[in-house]
Structures are given as structure tokens and as C-alpha cells.
Design a protein. Structure first.
Length: 160
């Protein structure tokens, strides 16, 4: 993959990757932006290893997911939903917590369930593709999706 192809592929995936990472980070857009930036740096450093441009989207999501996991492991300081509500709001959509109920519900899910739900429903990946991204069997991904849906249904029903 040459530099021009890389730039074009980044431009084509930026919004989707950021949306995925914001959801993984339960609405923390600043953390998601940091992880996205680190993801694209890692991808640029390894773009010679990518065999085809058509595989870029799944590849970048895999790097993004791994970067998110690495970030979670290295940082044990997790801002709770209650702490996030105390941040003063400005005029940006992210700071107005439009989707905070959903982020709160997603935050309550185990990481594997949350990732599978986000990749399947928000990003439209197939179960086979998700299994490659998260390095789990297709049966495990199906189980994570089923459990995630049930947990979300319970959380959102109780909270409303």
C-alpha cells in the first residue's frame, strides 16, 4: 500500500472508526480521538504488511480495537458516568450527552459483549468478520451478541 492509497483509505474510514471508538469509550470523545490517532499511526507504520486495500477497513478496526484494549489495560483510571455528567457542557454535540443513556448501558456490558454489539449493529460487520477482528470463534461472537442484547434490553428497560 502506497502513501496515496493509505491517505485515501484513512479518509474513507475516519468517521466510522471514530464512531466505533467513541462507543467503545462510552462517549468519551477525547479518549476515542486519542485512540484513533494512535491507531492510524500504528497502521501507517505497518501499512506495508497489508496485502490489499480492500481489507483496510477490517484491518484498521482490528488495530483500533487492540489499541483500545491496550489503553484500558494500561490505564486503570476509569471515569464513571457520574463523573462525566459533572463536566461542564459547551456547544459541541458530544458534550451535551445526547447518547449518554446508551453509553451508560453499553458501559455496563462486559467488554467482549459491548465490542461485538457495536461492530455488528453500528458498523455492520458480519459475525465472521467480527470473529476475525476480536480473535474469537464465530460461536463465541454469537454468544456475545446474544448476551449483549439481553443485557442491554434489561438495562434499558430498568432505567426507563
Amino acid at each position: 500500500m502506497n502513501r496515496g492509497q493509505f491517505i485515501s483509505a484513512v479518509e474513507g474510514t475516519q468517521r466510522e472508526l471514530r464512531r466505533f471508538l467513541v462507543a467503545l469509550c462510552c462517549g468519551d470523545s477525547q479518549l476515542a480521538d486519542d485512540i484513533a490517532q494512535e491507531t492510524y499511526i500504528k497502521a501507517y507504520m505497518a501499512c506495508d504488511d497489508l496485502s490489499g486495500v480492500d481489507k483496510f477497513k477490517a484491518w484498521i478496526f482490528r488495530i483500533g480495537y487492540n489499541t483500545f484494549i491496550d489503553n484500558r489495560r494500561s490505564s486503570r483510571n476509569f471515569n464513571s458516568y457520574e463523573e462525566a455528567r459533572e463536566i461542564p457542557a459547551n456547544e459541541s454535540a458530544d458534550s451535551q450527552f445526547r447518547y449518554q443513556d446508551l453509553y451508560d448501558a453499553l458501559n455496563r456490558l462486559p467488554a467482549k459483549e459491548r465490542t461485538s454489539v457495536l461492530l455488528y449493529y453500528m458498523e455492520g460487520y458480519s459475525i465472521k468478520e467480527i470473529s476475525a477482528i476480536v480473535e474469537a470463534s464465530e460461536a463465541a461472537v454469537k454468544q456475545h451478541l446474544s448476551r449483549g442484547r439481553n443485557h442491554l434490553r434489561g438495562i434499558l428497560t430498568i432505567d426507563n
